[in-house]
Design a protein around this ligand. Structure first.
Ligand SMILES: [Mn+2]
Length: 316
């Protein structure tokens, strides 16, 4: 049979990459879409997050201003992980199985949520391969409840479960329950509100010191300000801006190895694609930082930041 020879649209994978850059065998990064939205309690819709990120990524320029043409390292997109109808515990186990498989192939797992509860499975898989693992959480919410609505596997409990396994640093936190606040008073953990993060003025040693040299990044998009990312289930005012977030991620990637990450809680809004694009760019940037392709790009970005000193004196 002859291959059709008419022009076609882009392949439906992260970045819209040709086979040479998207086949599993040679790809260094593997994107795992997890359209899971079960324990969400306010605005739902995160089940549509992964597809929106993939769609945006196919319209994104693949030369990244910090990490360059990272698609050349190969980015394979897995089929969507099917949601488990039994409940979050089964889904967490399913995520763990998939991420274990990706790590066994020697690839970087890049997980697209979906709601935040899936992180527990990803971290369980990562810590088995990297026993000295630590977790960087970007989030508006502590997610430190012991149980929520009858389950310890809710999105609202995910960092409590993670911190039972590994050390973690949390940034952007500005919303928690009374129970969480009391728990944190008795059991303090490295946790920065946006105010505290800004007070560090770019000297992030207290955050970096809480991490080991192998880091899993869990990026809940509501850690960002709703003015730049409105498409999320529980938007909270006063979040991080884009440059604060990516500057922190770059600093982490220079001090430690990012061994996997997730970007969760995108709940796409009809007609508003800026959030989807931000998420796609963030995923692409994180792949580059994790694969340590940032060398030249980071220097260029650092000098750009220095010349930007009048606007951001704190980060000069
Ligand atoms: Mn959150």
């Amino acid at each position: 049979m002859r291959t059709p020879d008419w022009p076609t649209g882009l392949p439906n994978n992260f970045g819209g990459l040709d086979q040479a850059f998207s086949e599993l065998g040679t790809a260094r990064a593997v994107v795992l879409p997890v359209p899971y939205d079960f324990t969400t309690t306010y605005q739902g819709g995160t089940r549509s997050g992964p597809r929106a990120i993939l769609a945006a990524s196919q319209n994104m320029e693949l030369w990244d201003e910090e990490v360059g043409p990272i698609y050349r390292s190969g980015i394979h997109t897995m089929p969507e992980l099917e949601p488990a109808a039994e409940g979050p515990e089964a889904m967490v186990a399913r995520v763990e199985r998939a991420v274990t498989w990706i790590l066994e192939q020697g690839k970087l797992p890049a997980i697209l949520g979906g709601e935040h509860s899936i992180t527990a499975g990803a971290v369980r898989a990562a810590v088995r391969r990297h026993p000295r693992l630590s977790v960087l959480q970007i989030d508006a919410h502590g997610d430190m409840r012991d149980t929520y609505l009858g389950t310890p596997h809710s999105h609202a409990c995910v960092m409590r479960r993670v911190r039972e396994q590994v050390p973690a640093a949390s940034v952007g936190i500005r919303s928690m329950s009374e129970e969480e606040a009391e728990h944190l008073e008795r059991h303090p953990v490295p946790l920065s509100s946006v105010r505290r993060f800004r007070a560090l003025q770019g000297r992030w040693d207290p955050i970096l010191a809480a991490l080991t040299d192998e880091v899993f990044v869990t990026f809940d998009l509501d850690g960002l300000d709703p003015s730049i990312l409105p498409a999320t289930g529980t938007p909270e005012p006063g979040g991080l801006d884009w440059y604060e977030a990516v500057d922190l991620l770059r600093a982490v990637s220079q001090r430690a190895r990012i061994v996997g990450f997730d970007v969760v809680e995108l709940a796409p809004l009809p007609g508003q694609v800026a959030s989807d694009f931000l998420a796609a760019r963030l995923v692409y940037r994180l792949i580059g930082l994790a694969l340590r392709l940032a060398q030249g790009g980071a220097d260029a970005a650092a000098s750009a930041a220095a010349s930007d000193a009048t606007r951001h004196p704190a980060r000069a």
